[in-house]
Design a protein around this ligand. Structure first.
Ligand SMILES: [Zn+2]
Length: 126
């Protein structure tokens, strides 16, 4: 796992993950967050995530994790709180974890740290 201090997420990257969440609804999608220069700029969408969240988590284990600083996944409900399975995955996959919930707009996502505490993630125009 690649550790670096993160200042925020690029507005484009956020827009992208909201779009993907929307188009995957009512299934969940999962991906990895990549950062450059301390800003989250890329989302790596994991293949085969149009299924249950259990298999989405499975896919995460199979990805090469270099330069990934955390994860993102969507919840088809309006609840952005991490599930018990989410928390286990968070602990293994970096220190920045975004959950996007229905209706997938700029106010329906939350970022957590590895132990599941909410963290402030500024949206940056880069
Ligand atoms: Zn979840």
């Amino acid at each position: 796992m690649f550790h670096q201090r993160i200042r925020g997420i690029a507005r484009d990257a956020l827009q992208f993950l909201l779009e993907v969440s929307k188009s995957t609804h009512p299934s969940e999608f999962a991906g990895l967050l990549r950062a450059e220069g301390g800003v989250i700029t890329d989302i790596i969408i994991l293949p085969g995530t149009r299924s249950s969240s259990a298999s989405a988590v499975m896919q995460l284990h199979m990805m090469p994790l270099s330069r990934c600083i955390g994860s993102v996944h969507s919840h088809p409900s309006s609840d952005t709180h991490p599930s018990k399975e989410d928390l286990i995955m968070f602990g293994r996959k970096g220190d920045y974890h975004i959950i996007v919930a229905y209706p997938y707009d700029e106010n329906s996502w939350t970022c957590y740290d590895a132990s599941g505490h909410m963290r402030n993630l500024p949206v940056l125009d880069v």
